[in-house]
Design a protein around this ligand. Structure first.
Ligand SMILES: NC(=O)C1=CN([C@@H]2O[C@H](COP(=O)(O)OP(=O)(O)OC[C@H]3O[C@@H](n4cnc5c(N)ncnc54)[C@H](OP(=O)(O)O)[C@@H]3O)[C@@H](O)[C@H]2O)C=CC1
Ligand SMILES: CC(=O)C(=O)O
Ligand SMILES: [Mg+2]
Length: 423
């Protein structure tokens, strides 16, 4: 397929037979006058009064508890940069499709024309009563950090910046598996992260939480390696400013076991990948164009494990594996927030699933005869039907254990096996 026909196919997919990828459906019988009088006036006044008297009843009588807002201001849309709010809508509709298809979570996508963080925060705060959770998407650093922190502070529903934590979870799951396959460990691995924005900062923070060492993490932005002698660092970059003699990205990559790209298209060269020590790991995760193509990386290395964020190569490290299931688990225990313990639990569950035999439905979706844990299969496929059995229970359990759940661990979720003493 030529580049032109690929583009046209994508445009046609979005345009036909109806513009966009989503519609709203009605969940109650609605054909008679009696049903009209229940759904609308006078019947609707009863749940209104109930919720006025007890706001928790919103979870009982409305769609709030299974409704997430996917909200963007369009300032960091994929790796395309600041496209503006309107142009981010196809991505937000796409996230809504994934939420619904993979975890049966309903979504309103909301594109907010507000570059000023205070305006954006106010808008989200005002519309928050509608929703059971808020998924922030494609909001550039550094504003994304301020926006997320303010909304977590002001709201009592989960607020989750997907590009930060959704990405971090899948990066951690994939990296732990890839390191094991390469005979390395998270505690010892030297990691270069190209991109110190939303995704890069959160991913490195989760890796530190899960065992990576700060002295082994070399964060890079457009000005090169982030180090302690730089005086141009935001608070979020400064937490990675270690004492190091490394200054150039070339030098950092030449010592790195792992390269993680969360920056933009074509930001690392074949020559740089060629200098990495034996058995390297290269996650080129910028979308849609990675930091380096798998073809280019493989042309200079036959000992690497390679992943991208795309669906058309093996090892898709993409937050699609995370956000539908993390919200499913959080909503099902009515969590007040999504905390670090829930993120770690999700990453571990995801990584574990990749080690299990692959079901036929996944082989069929990928048109493969065989897939098994190994260099070309370090994370589950987005089409793995077991993701819903692995991740939400892990997230819900962590929410309950850390005291952020408003309900008990759901009775319809897998229950722990109780050992009985028969003696
Ligand atoms: N696969 C996945 O699941 C995901 C992938 N991503 C990808 O990660 C990338 C970043 O997204 P996000 O963190 O939200 O965006 P941000 O705008 O928050 O951060 C972008 C970061 O990348 C750096 N950067 C951009 N271009 C270059 C370059 N040429 N050389 C070095 N550094 C560069 C920026 O540097 P500076 O600070 O100097 O401006 C900044 O630190 C995107 O390409 C996105 O598609 C994001 C989320 C999920
Ligand atoms: C996958 C995603 O969220 C991104 O590239 O921004
Ligand atoms: Mg995104």
């Amino acid at each position: 397929m030529t580049e032109y026909s690929r583009k046209q196919e994508a445009l046609d997919y979005h345009a036909k037979p109806k513009p966009g990828k989503l519609a709203i459906s009605v969940t109650k019988p609605f054909t008679t006058y009696g049903e009209l009088s229940l759904a609308y006036t006078p019947g609707v006044a009863e749940p209104v009064k109930a919720i006025r008297d007890d706001p928790e009843d919103a979870y009982r009588y409305t769609s709030k508890g299974n409704l997430v807002a996917v909200i963007s201001n369009g300032t960091a849309v994929l790796g395309l940069g600041d496209t503006g709010a309107l142009a981010s809508k196809p991505v937000m509709e796409g996230k809504a499709v994934l939420f619904k298809k993979f975890a049966d979570v309903n979504v309103f996508d909301i594109e907010v024309d507000a570059d000023d963080p205070a305006d954006f925060i106010d808008t989200v705060e005002r519309i928050a009563p509608t929703f059971g959770g808020i998924n922030l998407e494609d909001i550039a650093a550094p504003h994304c950090f301020e926006i997320e922190a303010a909304l977590i502070e002001r709201l009592d529903i989960p607020v989750f910046h997907d590009d930060q934590h959704g990405t971090a979870i899948i990066v951690a799951a994939g990296l732990i598996n890839a390191l094991e396959l390469q005979g390395k460990t998270l505690a010892d691995a030297r990691i270069v992260c190209m991109g110190a924005g939303a995704a890069g900062v959160a991913s490195m923070k989760l890796l530190l939480e899960m065992g990576a060492q700060l002295d082994n993490v070399f964060m890079c932005d457009r000005r090169g390696v982030i180090h302690a002698d730089r005086d141009d660092l935001s608070e979020h970059k400064a937490q990675f400013a270690t004492k190091t003699d490394l200054r150039s990205v070339d030098d950092a990559i030449a010592q790195a076991d792992v390269f993680i790209g969360l920056s933009g298209p074509d930001t690392v060269s074949k020559e740089q990948i060629a200098t990495m020590p034996a058995r390297p790991i290269v996650f080129a995760l910028s979308n849609p164009t990675p930091e380096i193509s798998p073809e280019d990386a493989r042309s200079v290395r036959d000992d690497l494990i390679m992943a991208t964020g795309r669906s058309d190569y093996p090892n898709q490290i993409n937050n699609v594996l995370g956000f539908p299931y993390i919200f499913r688990g959080a909503l099902d225990v009515r969590a007040r927030r999504i905390n670090m313990a829930m993120c770690v639990a999700a990453a571990r569950a995801m990584g574990e699933l990749a080690r299990q035999p692959v079901p036929n439905s996944v082989l069929e979706a990928h048109e493969q005869r065989e897939m098994a844990f190994g260099p070309d299969y370090i994370v589950p496929s987005p089409f793995d039907p077991r993701l819903i059995d692995y991740i939400p229970p892990a997230v819900a359990r962590a929410a309950v254990d850390t005291g952020v759940a408003r309900t008990e661990y759901p009775s319809h979720y897998p229950q722990p096996v109780v050992e009985t003493d028969r003696d």
